[in-house]
Design a protein around this ligand. Structure first.
Ligand SMILES: C[S@@+](CC[C@H](N)C(=O)[O-])C[C@H]1O[C@@H](n2cnc3c(N)ncnc32)[C@H](O)[C@@H]1O
Length: 248
């Protein structure tokens, strides 16, 4: 496993929270059979929000690159970022097979990725932010905000709990019961239990103030019926950028 670049002693080591399975070659080899990131629909969503081919897109927690590869067929510059070198190996193989020269792959995390060049028009992140404990989620959201142009978009899709703590036991038990019996296809009960126990998904009513505090407007929030998933379109408020000349 490749070590990440030097970091101060107080900074979270994102490999320690990256998720056991995301560093496991066997899991990564099966990932695309287990999980469909709806990449074509996600690219279409970004296009419907006004993005055109000139866009710079950063995908953080890119995994095997289902979204990055689809995005790189449409947008001029795509940067796929992930802490897991096992995931990135799979992603690089796909990018090479598709001869996508506009897709750059970077091994880094939410807390260490340094964006260079023109600011991003879109940051995309699916099923990754929950790997950080809440303090670090807040820091990460602030960092993502600083990488975007004013008016830029953060598309955030994650496991986020949209229920009350009083209902946690019942809701979590019901969710874990949806796990596949067939270990190896889909997400099995043990993996769902591991998510709840060892990862850092939080409540919508904790995450959303963090999002707003980082300077984003919640333009759209869609919650799944089971109250375990949230999909956000977040916009970098223009007042955080340089105001247009006409308002000075
Ligand atoms: C469940 S996978 C999702 C992959 C992809 N986004 C998708 O939707 O298919 C979570 C990914 O987040 C990555 N990850 C975990 N912690 C991270 C961090 N702190 N910074 C960046 N990526 C991280 C993992 O290595 C893994 O590839």
């Amino acid at each position: 496993m490749t070590a990440l670049p030097h970091r101060p002693g107080w900074l979270l080591d994102e490999l320690t929270t990256a998720g056991r399975e995301n560093l496991d070659a066997e899991h990564v080899a099966r990932y695309d059979q287990k999980e469909d990131a709806d990449a074509a629909d996600e690219v279409a969503l970004l296009t419907s929000l006004g993005l055109d081919h000139r866009a710079t897109v950063v995908d953080i927690g890119a995994g095997t690159g289902q979204f990055s590869v689809a995005a790189a067929r449409v947008f001029d510059r795509v940067i796929a970022v992930d802490v897991s070198d096992v995931m990135l190996r799979a992603l690089r193989a796909k990018a090479a097979a598709a001869a996508l020269e506009n897709l750059t792959v970077v091994q880094a995390g939410f807390l260490t990725y340094d964006h260079a060049g023109p600011p991003a028009d879109v940051i995309y992140s699916r099923y990754a932010l929950h790997h950080l404990p809440d303090f670090w989620k807040s820091v990460a959201l602030h960092r993502l905000h600083s990488m975007l142009r004013p008016g830029g978009i953060l598309r955030l899709w994650d496991v986020v709990y949209n229920f009350s703590p009083a209902d946690a036991e019942v809701c979590v038990e019901a969710w874990c019961a949806t796990g596949s019996d067939d270990v190896g296809s889909g997400w099995d009960r043990g993996e769902l239990e591991e998510h709840i126990r060892d990862e850092h998904s939080t409540f919508t009513w904790l995450l959303e103030p963090m999002i707003e505090r980082a300077g984003f407007t919640i333009t759209e929030a869609v919650y799944s019926d089971d109250a375990f998933f949230a999909k956000y379109v977040l916009t970098k408020s223009v007042q955080f950028g340089v105001p247009p000349l006409s308002t000075i």
